[in-house]
Design a protein around this ligand. Structure first.
Ligand code: GLN
Length: 493
């Protein structure tokens, strides 16, 4: 039954196969666990597998199968979940030693929604500790390798989720994107990833990194599969006060959008020095493809782009220094090393936070405490908030129809393709630079889909993704254009 494990086997195909009774949920899921557990020995995408319980659930789903008239599009579909999203009664670590023994006591809203759709959870995927990083090398537990070239990183921080999909170990996955952590690993691994509009998907049950930037979103092999997962997880949630009351039912018809009428903006600030020739060539080709197809392509300017990275590295540390204060090694379980030690309270805090929280989170906690401290707050934090507004205004102006604005923006996802393991781990600044094109979208709260410029990864060619950025809550249009591009130029090989 190895037809499951190739690039062309999608959620759509799985659904069809199930309806046509080509396989049962149990048969499929059993194959997935056999394949995935074997394959993952060389990739390291998963931190944990849920084999026994999910095989039981697969059997239960088969019993329901005949009774259900209309199967949900995700019925019985194997999905992998980034390990910063809570699944009730399961370990959730955010790839940090300080949470090594933490067992979640409730389901994140996205998990509840996927359970209602009868999704099967293969297990939890690796990430950079607390989602801080761009290569998944910051995980306290293991390295994840890029399935297309195992000497390279899969990107991050949702590197485990992207690698799981790219290696055909899972048909889809959830990640989280605070500054690019869905789109960048999707790009390094050549899969599709969607960062939804801020507020489109509930963050309840997502371990917070920077609450004003975080969004959960899907990764999958095709735009259509990505849209299917997005539809399942989006919508208002009373448990998240930042979730928006938006009716997403029209996303169902995203394939019917008349994309040819769209005006596409290409921001000149996204073609900077330091961008590799390989990426530039691939992006230019994609733009050329659409231009030849009759799309109206317009150069636009987003003048404050150059401040985005500095602005992000003030706002993110500020918010994360507050969010991570809760991890003291007492609440949310104690790390193994310190269990049973008899220490004074302050000593316990210092020891736990000093040894069980990794270098990168510590760096950001320090930076965040600094920019929020009295005397520096105005110079850094409140200045960064103002710059954030200017970055948003750039986008709003670019989309403003009364000023001859565009419908969507097309841009690269990363300045380079996947780098070698270890290449940037000692140089945080150069690591931060790999998010230069993804961060502005988070600061502005806009949706963006990252998809391959070409499906041809043969002969050692590494994937290059581009992103389509849309107006707030206009996922439908970016998915429609992404789908058009993929159907015409993203042929899988
Ligand atoms: N790589 C970025 C960072 O380290 C993005 C993180 C994210 O999106 N979770 O902050």
């Amino acid at each position: 039954m190895n037809t499951f494990f190739n690039k062309n086997f999608t959620i759509e195909e799985y659904h069809k196969g199930l309806r046509e009774k080509k396989f049962s949920v149990f048969e499929a899921i059993k194959e997935f666990f056999i394949y995935t557990q074997k394959e993952d020995v060389k990739i390291g995408a998963f931190l944990e597998f849920y084999k026994d319980e999910e095989l039981d659930r697969a059997q239960e789903l088969d019993l329901q199968l005949d009774k259900i008239e209309k199967l949900s599009p995700l019925f019985g579909v194997p999905i992998a979940i980034k390990d910063n999203i809570l699944i009730n009664k399961h370990r959730t670590t955010s790839a940090s030693k300080i949470l090594k023994n933490y067992i979640a006591s409730y389901d994140a809203t996205v998990i509840k929604k996927l359970k209602e759709q009868n999704v099967v959870f293969l297990g939890k995927t690796n990430l950079d500790e607390f989602a801080m990083g761009s290569s998944t090398e910051n995980s306290a537990f293991q390295l994840t390798r890029n399935p297309l070239d195992i000497s390279r990183v899969p990107g991050g921080s949702s590197g485990g989720s992207a690698a799981a999909v790219a290696a055909n170990m899972s048909l889809g996955a959830l990640g989280s994107d605070t500054g690019g952590s869905i789109r960048q690993p999707a790009g390094f691994c050549g899969v599709v990833g969607l960062k939804p509009t801020y507020g489109a998907v509930s963050r309840y049950g997502l371990m917070s990194l920077a609450s004003s930037l975080d969004q959960i979103g899907p990764l999958a092999k095709t735009v259509k599969d990505t849209a299917t997962i997005f539809k399942a997880i989006s919508g208002w949630d009373q448990m998240d006060s930042t979730s928006a009351q938006i009716d997403y039912s029209s996303v169902d018809n995203f394939e019917n959008v008349n994309v040819k009428d769209l005006v596409i903006g290409v921001p000149k600030e996204y073609f900077v020095d330091g961008m590799s020739d390989e990426v530039k060539k691939a992006i230019d080709e994609s733009i050329g493809n659409l231009r030849r197809d009759g799309f109206k392509i317009k150069e636009i300017s987003l003048p404050h782009t150059k401040y985005a990275l500095s602005c992000y590295y003030i706002i993110l540390p500020a918010e994360c220094s507050a969010n991570l204060a809760r991890y003291d090694g007492i609440k949310y379980s104690a790390p193994d090393e310190l269990k049973g030690e008899d220490m004074k309270l302050l000593e316990t805090y210092l020891k736990n936070r000093g040894s069980a929280i990794g270098e990168e989170p510590r760096r950001r906690i320090l930076l965040g405490s600094f920019v929020l401290s009295s005397g520096y707050y105005d110079a850094y934090y409140s200045k960064a908030q103002k710059v954030r507004r200017l970055i948003l205004n750039d986008f709003l102006k670019a989309f403003d129809k009364s000023q001859d604005g565009v419908d969507v923006i097309m841009a690269p996802v990363t300045p380079t393709t996947a780098f070698k393991i270890g290449e940037k781990s000692d140089d945080p600044l150069s690591m931060y630079l790999s998010d230069i094109f993804t961060i502005p979208t988070n600061l502005a709260g806009l949706p963006a889909v990252s998809l391959p410029t070409s499906g041809d990864f043969k002969e050692g060619k590494l994937p290059v993704n581009f992103q389509i950025i849309g107006k707030h809550f206009d996922e439908k249009t970016i998915l429609a254009l992404g789908n058009y591009y993929e159907k015409n130029y993203g042929q899988l090989s």
